[in-house]
Design a protein around this ligand. Sequence first.
Ligand code: ADP
Ligand code: ADP
Length: 237
Amino acid sequence: MLRLEALTKRYKTGDLALKAVSIEIPAGQVVGLIGPSGAGKSTLIRCINRLVEPSAGCVWLKGLELTGLRRGALRRARRRMGMIFQEYALVERLTVMENVLSGQLGYVGFWRSLLRRFPPAAVSQAFATLDRVGLSAHVDKRADALSGGQRQRVGIARALLQNPDLLLVDEPTASLDPKTSRQIMRLITEVCEERGLAAIINIHDVALARRFMQRIVGLRAGEVVYDGPPEGLSADV
Ligand code: ADP
Ligand code: ADP
């Protein structure tokens, strides 16, 4: 599903953040990315969707080389990548339903529909997805009235409604308490399995990674220093 080939990033400052990283992730597999601060985890995730431009190497998503795409094609390809962030990136004054519909309909389509009526098919699909993430009782609540865990569930629903092939997840639980963090990790891994999505998750919490990931990639100074099941990870990582 996702293939990174000798992905390399040197920032203008001279920092070599990624050194020829090669990873392949099949459909349905969730990979936890771990490593100390500055190891290159965020850079790796951002090179996949090209929020950061790789200096060398290739990224392939389901047979499409993302690294060669021009702007219009890149925008379409990004629709196939659901992104989930630490800070949720919700529109505070919109409801839960409106937040997920804005992802589904696109910016212009969303505001146009808001003035008239949302397409019923989009609403029912959004409702089904919100139900799956446990928010069916909160669809009309404003985003600013939600707890951290609920906000992250909205972020997950919004990403899923894009119907992506891949989820890119950057520190999804960094602002959450331990119990909520476990619930969110469980939800992400379950939906990936159900829908056959590949996912790469930047997790700062190694205990969470050990518990929920089938596969862990350890980065250190821009290089892959571990790639395997959590059981093989030495205790000091
Ligand atoms: P994280 O904890 O997610 O790694 P950082 O604190 O390292 O975040 O970085 C925060 C922001 O600053 C990011 O947008 C990152 O790209 C940018 N950044 C990090 N290191 C540098 C650097 N040496 N020079 C310029 N920008 C940097
Ligand atoms: P991590 O997510 O593992 O903390 P990052 O990918 O944020 O690591 O950073 C990897 C390296 O790249 C660090 O040395 C960081 O300082 C550097 N870096 C990150 N973002 C930038 C940036 N925008 N400009 C310059 N250097 C950066």
